[in-house]
Design a protein around this ligand. Structure first.
Ligand code: HEC
Length: 265
């Protein structure tokens, strides 16, 4: 009887930490795997309070600086990889990426526990919790638009985008062509959810296989859909109100180019 009491006292904090790991890879190799308990033990672990744009309220978390973890995984010179891109894999297939130069900024924190709600809080409108890991930014100008905020984060990969997604590249397109400009928009704003010819995220459909998107949807429709998907459907596809007509035309040129490359109908 006497030994039960200390066990009960320990139980709540043990239950609060998830046993799933965050896996860091380089090429095909796993270079580091850390659980929430491992993160909690790191000397750089700290409590942060932020205005969280995903919950749209103030939240307090336990977190470790992203830079500390990237250095542990990839060594002290990871920031010198000028072409480098870091991919963030989420449980649902969402795959965001950010340039090394962006991640060199201070402020990125990998959250491993929610101090306000021990078993994490459901994100309003998403019906999901951000566990096991959640990347947040503490700087005032480090919002959703310019910095990656992946939740349900389970994997981090250091690579370069051209190596990761070779099939999505607009091969043979002239450097100053509309197709290449469209690719720049696609890799920035779309590839986290959509694959092109098999390479990319899996939240939305592949836009070139088995058929090219511009072959079965008119361009006027596609352009208005991309600008404001929410006016057509209740969907996970975000609105891109900020895209100019010329940018939408560049996306169409990229789609056409990729369809011609693949020889798809
Ligand atoms: C957060 C994820 C996400 C991002 C980012 C995203 N999409 Fe989507 N998209 C989806 C999903 C999910 C669907 C399929 C379901 C739907 O249409 O509601 C979709 C559907 C589409 C469709 C097909 C519509 C149809 O009816 O066949 C097109 C075209 C499209 N997206 C283009 C884009 C482009 C271009 C971008 C970047 C400017 C983009 N998407 C960014 C999630 C995303």
């Amino acid at each position: 009887m006497i030994w039960i009491l200390p066990l009960l006292l320990l139980a709540p904090s043990a239950r609060a930490l998830d046993s799933r790991a965050l896996t860091f890879t380089s090429g095909d190799k796993t270079v580091l795997r850390l659980t929430a308990a491992d993160l909690a033990k790191r000397p750089a672990a700290r409590t942060i309070t932020i205005a969280d744009p995903i919950y749209k309220k103030t939240k307090t978390y336990r977190a470790v600086p992203l830079k500390d973890l990237l250095t542990a995984a990839y060594g002290g010179t990871w920031g010198e990889n000028a072409l480098g891109e870091v991919f963030f894999d989420a449980l649902d297939g969402y795959r965001s990426h950010a340039k090394v130069s962006v991640l060199m900024n201070d402020g990125g924190m990998v959250v491993f526990s929610d101090v306000d709600v021990p078993d994490w809080e459901t994100i309003p409108g998403k019906g999901k919790k951000p566990a096991p890991f959640y990347l947040v930014w503490t700087g005032p100008a480090q919002g959703l638009k310019d910095f990656p905020w992946p939740w349900q984060l389970v994997g981090v990969k250091m690579t370069i985008l051209e190596d990761e997604y070779p099939k999505a590249l607009p091969k043979n397109a002239a450097p100053d062509s509309a197709a290449v400009r469209g690719w720049t928009i696609f890799r920035r704003s779309c590839i986290s959810c959509h694959a092109m010819s098999g390479d990319g995220g899996t939240v939305g459909p592949d836009l070139n296989e088995p058929r090219g998107i511009t072959r079965y949807h008119g361009k006027a429709h596609l352009k208005s859909y991309i600008k404001k998907a929410s006016s057509f459907r209740h969907t996970k596809m975000p609105d891109f109100d900020e895209l100019e007509n010329s940018e939408l035309n560049d996306l169409m040129a990229y789609f056409d180019h990729m369809t011609a490359l693949a020889g798809t109908k």
